[in-house]
Design a protein around this ligand. Structure first.
Ligand SMILES: [Fe+2]
Length: 411
């Protein structure tokens, strides 16, 4: 497989594993069983399902396959909590995950504890190949921690009572940094993950690409700039939009970022609050980001332009997830944190791409159709999870993630 367990003592892997498992538990602490059962729309999952599915991943790919004599917590759970692995057999239909009032949240917590205890006991005797799957399981669970928060935001956004998942400090009155343009490198550069260290299979192999002369913006597009786009009739001007995007705007009657509620407020994990005009715009689709860039006389960066520009930035710096609680994009910030940034690049395989061996080969490769790459990290991305070569991906209409944009242009 194309993933690599982090070099170093098993103790380091164990501490990261159990810290990750604890963070997921902590994220669920404020929720009632009912909160954790709702599925706001088919692409989002109930919180309870995330808690169980991440445990199923370890139970299946690590414990079942590598811990002799392991007995599943409940034989019926594989059907309920397999997400999309055809090699693992039939599964409950994704759009119906919200129908699972049973098992209860407490039963799912017991399931998690069972898996954790077995992992703790088994870890010292696991083979290097199994430890690579533990590393993959940690990274998988971190991805679900982000989805957990965005799916809870989507769940609470459906409730007219506008419940808050937690509290956040009020916006500080920063002004957005002035927009400036940096010259990107021109010519042949390398992108993709090097051989050492963990990366998903889709980030490899590292390879050469050609960059034409271009410039890239020093910061993300702000809420204030998005307001100007709206006021200028951006959502009503077909010439700014890709054909599919224009169909989508009209069909869905889109006229603002997903959680904007009126002229001055938005719904957040801390309930409804005033829009921070200096903060990066978030919860916009690829279609919207592309139309905005055209309106601004610019374009979205390619994945290679973005990655080369970010290669000297520290991916651990920025507004990212450090502990359980609500999150929100904030003004300032660099290449990582606040919002994932749409690129104009399709999520496709790199030259020489080889999916990971076994069932986990279904992790990324089979989604290389109809999706665009997002780079960076968001305020809901666990710190330490992302890197310049990271390839997040979503279909062009998706906007319930913390998704924004940075402009680029030809030089
Ligand atoms: Fe998953």
């Amino acid at each position: 497989m194309a993933t690599h367990a982090r070099q170093g003592p098993c103790g380091d892997l164990a501490s990261r594993l159990f810290a990750t498992r604890k963070l997921t538990r902590d994220l669920a602490a404020p929720l009632s069983d009912a909160d954790a059962t709702v599925q706001p729309f088919p692409d989002a999952s109930p919180a309870k399902w995330h808690l169980a599915h991440t445990s199923w991943f370890f139970e299946t790919f690590v414990l079942r396959d590598h811990a002799p004599g392991y007995r599943p917590f409940d034989d019926r759970y594989a059907f309920l909590f397999n997400s999309y692995y055809e090699a693992e057999g039939p599964r409950h239909a994704r759009p119906r995950r919200g129908m699972l009032s049973r098992p209860s949240l407490d039963e799912i917590r017991s399931y998690r504890a069972h898996v954790d205890e077995t992992l703790e006991r088994t870890l010292p005797s696991l083979s290097p190949a199994a430890l690579e799957l533990v590393e993959l399981g940690i990274n998988h669970e971190q991805q679900h921690q982000e989805l957990f928060l965005t799916d809870i935001l989507a769940t609470f956004a459906e409730n007219p009572l506008e419940p808050a998942y937690g509290e956040l400090a009020p916006p500080a009155c920063f002004a957005a940094e002035p927009l400036s343009w940096h010259a990107g490198r021109e010519g042949i550069v390398e992108i993709g993950a090097a051989d050492a260290g963990f990366a998903f299979d889709s980030e490899r192999p590292r390879h050469r690409v050609f960059l034409s002369a271009h410039k890239i913006a020093n910061r993300r597009v702000s809420n204030g700039e998005w307001r100007q786009f709206i006021d200028a009739g951006g959502y009503r001007t077909p010439t700014l939009w890709l054909s599919e995007g224009w169909d989508w705007v009209q069909r869905e009657q889109v006229s603002a970022p997903l959680y904007w509620r009126d002229e001055a407020t938005e719904f957040t994990l801390a309930g409804r609050r005033e829009i921070d005009w200096a903060a990066p715009v978030s919860h916009v689709s690829f279609y919207e980001a592309d139309a905005f860039a055209r309106w601004a006389g610019a374009r979205l960066p390619t994945e290679a332009e973005w990655e080369d520009f970010a290669s000297s930035a520290d991916p651990a710096i920025g507004n990212q997830l450090d502990g359980a609680g609500p999150v929100l994009p904030r003004p300032g910030g660099g290449m990582f944190g606040d919002v994932w940034e749409w690129t104009q690049s399709a999520f496709a395989s790199y030259p020489g791409f080889a999916p990971a061996a076994g069932a986990v080969g279904e992790y990324n490769g089979k989604f290389m159709s109809g999706q665009f790459v997002l780079k960076g990290a968001s305020c809901a991305t666990p710190r330490g999870h992302s890197r310049a070569s990271y390839r997040n991906f979503f279909p062009p209409h998706a906007r319930w993630q913390f998704t924004g944009l940075r402009l680029a242009r030809d030089a």
